[in-house]
Design a protein around this ligand. Structure first.
Ligand code: GN1
Ligand code: MG
Length: 363
């Protein structure tokens, strides 16, 4: 704990530290809540950034500062109240107001204001899904005119062609000899490869733009106030240029799944069309002003792309011997793969209904 106290002391915080304890259940970064003694001074969030996965911490933090500064400016111009709960506020270093991360020789650290009276959820109902749709659409809308050029914090992060190339390499290498027993899964995934790369194909034809997206819109990356209204979007490490499908698709992959991401009981895994409808209505209400026809028409494709991409990533990691995702038992990545394929099949079966619903929303 003393060590963490020393880290916190590097930042320009207010008040006296009362306690520092772990916060949340993130799989990539280590997160702590820093409580201060007086109710008049804010509490803080302290994070160690996983620089094995995010190798360009400087670029990552530059992205985040550009995005939060731009959003804060817009909220201020709109006369929004309570802004510190509606956009993340990063704390500069005590000896350098220009810098919002600290390198201790081994790890990278950053601090932000803790948002009081706010919650995140792993499961949401249709009302919350509609709010979430509005909020993610609004997040993208606010960033449409950002003047900064953002870097790809993980290059080719949501590039389906790249993810398939990684899978093919994993199959060819078969590093830990797991391929023989799961060849049918490899065939099942590769059979869809060409169609699932539609986004890259459209992009090459100049028909699909990259915009600033969040790129990790798992349902639990959104903060709600006690009345159930969205406050802000958190976990901004992956904010980068991508297709809008990223944010739309990854929310549905997590929120519209009636089971868990790694559900061992496939009968629990289904694509929930009520969540789809609520989220889509919310999303289109704030995003349709800037979306192109091609983007809107392909939202159903996006709802299938993300379970597919996640299955490809989990399966490649399984074949590689579990080197990327943390696992809690030996077949964990295989179970995750199977659950994502089940979700994909269920979403595929709903494609005509999704297309109809979107046409209806637009008329
Ligand atoms: C990782 O850290 P977390 O759980 O928010 C991953 C996402 C995956 C997700 C699957 C940097 O996100 O892309 O969709 O796991 N993040 C990174 O649960 O790879
Ligand atoms: Mg997260």
């Amino acid at each position: 704990m003393n060590e963490l106290n020393d880290i916190v002391a590097r930042f320009a915080t207010k008040g006296t530290i009362d306690s520092i304890s772990p916060l949340g259940n993130g799989l990539i970064n280590d997160t702590y809540i820093v409580r201060t003694q007086s109710p008049d001074t804010p509490d803080y969030v302290l994070q160690r950034i996983n620089h094995h996965i995010f190798t360009d911490v400087e670029g990552l933090q530059r992205n985040i500062m550009a995005v939060t500064t731009h959003i804060r400016r817009k909220l201020t111009a709109q006369g929004t109240s309570d802004i510190d709960r509606k956009v993340l506020t990063f704390i500069p270093l005590a000896d350098n107001p220009e810098k919002t991360f600290y390198f201790d020789g081994t790890s990278y650290w950053r601090m932000m204001l803790f948002i009081p009276e706010a919650d995140t959820f792993d499961v949401v109902d249709t009302t919350y899904s509609r709010f979430a749709g509005e909020a993610f659409g609004n997040f993208q809308a606010m960033l449409v005119d950002i003047p900064d050029t953002l870097t790809e914090t993980i290059p080719d992060f949501h590039n389906m062609e790249f993810r398939l190339q990684q899978l093919r390499e994993a199959i060819d290498t078969d590093a830990v000899g797991r391929l023989d027993s799961v060849r049918d899964i490899a065939d099942d995934l590769l059979r869809r490869a060409d169609h699932m790369c539609l986004a890259e194909q459209l992009h090459r034809q100049g028909l699909l733009p990259k915009r600033i997206c969040h790129c990790d819109t798992k349902v639990n990356n959104m903060m709600f106030d006690r009345q159930g209204h969205v406050l802000c979007v958190i976990d901004l490490d992956t904010v980068m240029p991508s297709y809008i499908f990223s944010d739309y698709g990854d929310f549905l992959r997590t929120a519209a799944n009636t089971g868990a991401e790694d559900d061992p009981d496939l009968s629990r895994v289904n694509f929930n069309m009520d969540i789809f409808r609520a989220f889509t209505e919310g999303y289109l209400s704030t995003a349709s002003a800037f979306l192109t026809d091609i983007e809107i028409q392909n939202l159903p494709y996006a709802a299938t792309l993300f379970p597919y991409m996640q299955a490809v990533r989990f399966f490649a990691d399984y074949l590689n011997g579990d080197t990327y995702y943390k696992t809690t038992y030996p077949e964990h990545n295989l179970v995750r793969t199977q659950a994502q394929i089940r979700l994909l099949e269920s979403a595929e079966a709903s494609l005509p209904a999704m297309t109809d619903f979107i046409a209806q929303c637009r008329s």
